[in-house]
Design a protein around this ligand. Sequence first.
Ligand code: RAM
Length: 524
Amino acid sequence: MAFTFQINNSLIFKHDEKLLAKAEANRPQIIKTQHSPVRIVDIVEDPAWLGGWGPAESEKKIDDLSSYGCKRDDTLVLDFGDHMVGTFKIHIDQTGSPMDAPLFLRLKFAEMPEEIKAESGDYDGWLSRSWIQEEFVHLDELPADLELPRRYSFRYVELKVVDTSPKWQAVFSDPVVTTESSADPASFSPLQLEDPELQKIYDVGVKTLADCMQDVFEDGPKRDRRLWLGDLRLQALANYATFDRTDLVKRCLYLFAAMTTEEGKISANVFVKPKNVPDDTFLFEYSLFFISTLYDLHQAHPDLELVKELYPVAKGQMDITLKMIDENGKLITDDDYPVFVDWSNDFNKDTAGQAEVIYCLKQFIALAKLAGEKDINRYGEALKKISLYAKDNLYNSEKKLFVTTGDEYNLGSQVWMVLAHVLSDEENKKIMQSTIKNLFPVKNIATPYMYHHIVEALFEAGLKDEAVRLMKEYWGKMISLGADTFWEAFDPDRPGYSPYGSPIVNSYCHAWSCTPVYLIKKYL
Ligand code: RAM
């Protein structure tokens, strides 16, 4: 099983106050900016857009907003012109006869037009319906300034008058969004690329990252609005290529380091509001990516003191991982501590998991050297044994592919073995060529997270043209379907797919999809 709700509420977690204080000291300042809508739109059927619904300029004009009296069932959709993360307020008055009943109003916040069209009452997915960005409000007296207390993630706001009375109409004016982000656009100069398609992908990636940079690196500002370690690793890499807020990465690392289980296992995600709480959810490689994130930070901005400070946590996690390796060097996976790789559960992840251990163990050994680890040989020996197992037992040198349990040859295994550089550069190239021949086109993969790793493996194997092609096909297609920011889930063969049973709870600004900004800067 890759991803499902885990309930481990009998676990005891540490709360290292010293490390939590450091997390607090690195809390970023949130930059707030005010925005007004640029136009009023109608959401119309349009096959070019995701879900078949797109925005069309309305006959109603935004400058005349306060001249429209709205009665029962009237709607107005405000378009803010780009993706926003922030709070919303609007002034509401009435016109006509005296107000002889309250105003009953529904407000919907949508990242994509199709969310406006989806009826929340029809939602039947397995994630909480409380994520749907919809509010019902009664106002007994008008005029009033309606200031909603929650933060939303959206471009479009639909105001629907559920009811007034036959005697009077509601009138709206001064809608304002106050956006929130810890990313300062003035802090770096975006790359200027010759290829306009790549430029667009890069720009949308930067916007995606910025909107996920809040008090922590959130995975998605609409949902889940928290710090996931697998997402953090990619966000941090994209961050070094752009806004470069090292303090924010440090804050996130301190949070994970401070709240491991008693035995030292690192959670897949943490909550920071109203207080710091680790989630009782664990994903095998997300725990390990604490090591990667620390390693990558030190690569981007060498910080020996931080490495030494957090090394014991990295070591604790590595030791837990190495206990899952058998005497032959094979990773014995555990369904209660699933290897993630991708949301799909339709492929075996044992070999990809084995490669992820190698990938992280190499980084761990580099950190161990910096931290002056005395027992370093133990880790060197482990690396040898685990790599040897992969080469001798999992690699089919005729096919130039790695196999996994059940004699299965899948994409995840090849990609992670290449990223882990288990074989030589020359062989890596052959593996990815064989992957293209035998396992492409990519099918049934719906996470930009997995696509990121496929593209990166192509680059690492020296197949630049193929990497760029896939990046354009995948991220470029989201843009052609109307993306202002990149999505949490997208399967180009099934654009309407949601891993949750309904796209209404999908997140259309999701950090793990912002990585073209890193890939473009690093490899092109
Ligand atoms: C979802 C979120 C998150 C991801 C996990 C595994 O809940 O999208 O970003 O890391 O899955």
